[in-house]
Ligand binder design. Structure first.
Ligand code: FE2
Ligand code: FE2
Length: 273
């Protein structure tokens, strides 16, 4: 079975800079004959604040021909940090659910695999929704049976290694990271994430595969980012599942315009704290 991942589309109504790239990537996926598509967060440019962006994004998703699974990112439902500009909260989660359904899912459509999609924006927020998600995650792992698990999350668990310092804007924080790692220990085969706008395929003995899916929208320059091992490529990612293995392919898509977020000089987003 083959699935597509479109990550970080950042499509908006007031700021529509990345809509053309999204449409090109969507057409590329529609032509690729996939079994289903995962949209891995930051679907909207500012769904965390603008209902209009959510309405537009939902209409836009409908033009994907294969079934779609969606997860929220920070620009869809807000940030983990309670001190941030847009903290995730009950109202933002509710808006997501209204337009896109659940903020997490379990998918057993691929023989031998269980895909577990989580809302990375809840971890270590202390919100009641966080505890409810942990219970769902524990059950999803417990009931996986012999299936291998691929964890899907907008934010990665780490940039360079499991024990790195906490960077609330960039990765899932340490306590939640260790808890997820413990769950992954037994049958966790892969962790697929977005958010960094870089691509990565990392295979280390005794560790789950680490996949960073290609963003469709824009890149960021090294100077604005913490050290990380990814490659700068915009486009679409494909995962092919054969028996108990998974192949990953990052594809540049003709017509996609490469721009860097810094070159918009704060007109899209204020710089991260
Ligand atoms: Fe993003
Ligand atoms: Fe993000």
């Amino acid at each position: 079975m083959k699935i597509a991942i479109i990550a970080d589309p950042h499509i908006g109504t007031q700021k529509n800079n990345f809509v053309a790239n999204w449409e090109i990537c969507r057409a590329h996926v529609n032509a690729a004959n996939v079994d289903f598509t995962v949209v891995l967060g930051d679907l909207t440019l500012d769904g965390a604040n603008l209902t209009q962006d959510c309405i537009f994004a939902r209409q836009s998703l409908a033009a994907l021909e294969a079934p779609v699974l969606v997860l929220p990112g920070n620009h869809d439902i807000g940030d983990v940090s309670r001190q941030g500009r847009q903290p995730v909260n009950a109202e933002r989660i509710k808006r997501w659910q209204q337009f896109f359904g659940s903020d997490r899912w379990v998918c057993d459509r691929i023989p031998g695999w269980r895909l577990i999609g989580v809302n990375s924006q809840l971890f270590e927020t202390g919100l009641p929704e966080e505890e409810a998600q942990w219970q769902d995650i524990a059950a999803a792992f417990e009931q996986a049976g012999a299936r291998k698990i691929a964890l899907f999350t907008h934010m990665p668990l780490f940039l360079e290694h499991w024990d790195e310092e906490d960077r609330p804007y960039w990765t899932i924080l340490g306590k939640a990271r260790r808890r997820l790692r413990a769950l992954m220990q037994e049958s966790g085969a892969a962790i697929v994430s977005a958010h960094i706008h870089r691509t990565l395929f990392q295979s280390r003995p005794g560790e789950p595969l680490i996949v960073w899916a290609a963003a469709s929208s824009f890149l960021a320059r090294d100077e604005s980012m913490p050290p990380q091992p990814g490659a700068a490529l915009l486009g679409v990612s494909f995962l092919t599942f054969v028996a108990d293995s998974m192949e990953v392919r990052f594809e540049s898509v003709p017509g996609v315009e490469t721009t860097y977020i810094e070159d918009y000089k704060g007109s899209i987003y204020p710089p991260p704290a």
